[in-house]
Design a protein around this ligand. Structure first.
Ligand code: ADP
Ligand code: ZN
Length: 430
């Protein structure tokens, strides 16, 4: 099912022509209306007219989150203040927030992209979407909300938390679709399990959109199995509208990134050099349709790869893989680069392990992985679970090449998260 079949299946050549046209418009607007870009262009000794092919994008300056912060609050606005109808800020997982502005047209365009995403997963007007992301300054809930309304779905603006009420809403209004973070999905599953609820028997769920933070394929499988649903990965960031930048289709093999709205590059984060499809690197995005706040070559700090080849669904927009991690989340122990998600992937594959875990970095050569055991395994003691502990240690060692200390915890020991979870506690920098 398509929302805008023509654009979603556009041929590569036509897509690239469209990208170039929009890139030129964006560059001109940024140069004309944003002093920050005018200055960086002149430092690099370039003018908008120097961009004559898509390759020329490499002549343009990168924009970093520090640039966004330095130009806070209004510095990167490309339209008159009167044209702005909405302010969002990034959720501030890392440092102080950045202001993101939308004109009416920007909101509509962001909703349009969500409509494509949702339709791609088979959602219809008779579906009921319970939106469990945080409403407010965070883009996660509101942008999804507007897009879902555009499709004509019934949206329940539940917000996160209040798990008992969530469950009641899901039953009373026959929710078919959830939008939430993976950490909250796991928590919700735990609560349902404890209440003796069986998703297949007691609910009407068909699918969930999970995003806003990295999670592993193992976590997806676990959630799909528990709820009896399809889980679709949803990627976005406030700087680029919020959700709806890239989303999985029914093939569930990578997320189509809407290339008529964004130009993507994958670069080596250290050198800034462009990498070919299939190689892992930092995702860099340029907006092509944004009025209020065009952003050139934004360093997302998210590590991913472009999946080579065509998707069976017929969409031509290239797919990115699951986000492997953020360059900020990566930590180094004994000289090895490690992402929390690698640890999660291992833990999810071990029987007897619950969903919650925490990584403590004690020193530059010692880390501890604290992990909750599952309720069915817990009989009031954990001392006798030596074999489980060594199994986890061994599996982690073979994945990350560093032998961590593994600490088993009683179920429910670690804090639960309704939004984005904090997985790493770095005592080295405290
Ligand atoms: P903040 O940077 O303050 O967390 P946002 O709320 O805009 O700001 O979050 C965007 C970030 O969330 C992305 O850059 C990415 O790191 C992460 N993210 C969003 N969706 C996903 C996803 N599906 N998988 C992994 N990470 C994601
Ligand atoms: Zn597809």
């Amino acid at each position: 099912m398509f929302w805008q079949k023509e654009v979603e299946t556009i041929g590569r050549k036509a897509l690239e022509e469209l990208q170039l046209k929009r890139l030129n418009q964006t560059v001109q607007r940024a140069y004309k209306n944003i002093p920050f870009y005018r200055d960086t262009f002149s430092k690099l000794n370039i003018k908008p007219k120097d961009i004559t092919s898509l390759k020329d994008i490499q002549k343009l300056p990168f924009t970093t989150r520090e640039d966004l912060r330095e130009n806070y609050p209004f510095g990167l606005l490309a339209v008159e203040r009167e044209q702005v109808v909405r302010l969002h800020t990034s959720s501030g997982t890392t440092g102080k927030p950045k202001a993101i502005f939308f004109t009416k047209k920007d909101i509509d365009q962001a909703a349009e992209l969500i409509a494509r995403c949702l339709t791609m997963t088979g959602i219809k007007k008779d579906d009921v979407l319970q939106n469990m992301m945080t409403y407010g300054l965070f883009t996660g809930a509101l942008i999804m909300h507007y897009g879902a309304e555009k499709v004509g779905v019934l949206v329940i603006p539940a917000g996160p938390g209040h798990t008992k009420r969530q469950i009641a809403l899901m039953q009373d209004f026959k929710t078919t679709t959830l939008h939430l973070t993976p950490s909250y999905a796991l928590y919700l599953a735990d609560v349902m399990n404890n209440q003796g609820l069986n998703p297949k028997r007691d609910f009407f769920l068909r699918r969930a959109y999970l995003g806003a933070e990295p999670y592993s394929e193992g976590t997806r499988k676990k959630i799909e199995k528990f709820f009896h649903i399809d889980v679709y990965n949803s990627y976005g960031l406030s700087e680029m509208n919020g959700p709806g930048v890239a989303f999985e289709c029914v093939e569930k093999n990578g997320m189509h990134l809407w290339e008529d709205n964004f130009i993507m590059e994958i670069i080596n984060p250290e050198t800034g050099e462009e990498l070919p499809d299939g190689e892992k690197g930092e995702l860099v995005l340029t907006t092509l349709c944004r009025e209020a706040m065009p952003i050139l070559r934004y360093r997302t700090r998210d590590i991913t790869t472009v999946i080579p080849g065509k998707c069976k669904c017929g969409r031509t927009h290239r797919r990115i893989s699951r986000i492997i991690g953020r360059t900020d989340d990566m930590f180094i122990v004994r000289g090895v680069n490690i992402f929390p998600q690698q640890i999660e992937q291992v833990l999810m594959g071990v029987k007897g392990v619950a969903q919650n875990y925490q990584i403590i970095l004690e020193s530059y050569d010692q880390m501890t992985v604290r992990v909750e055991i599952s309720r069915d395994l817990f009989d009031g003691r954990i001392e006798h679970l030596m074999s489980l502990q060594s199994e986890i240690t061994e599996k982690l060692r073979s994945e990350i090449l560093v032998k961590p200390k593994v600490e088993l915890l009683e179920p429910g020991t670690l804090p639960v998260s309704e939004g984005k979870a904090t997985r790493v506690i770095d005592k080295r920098t405290l």
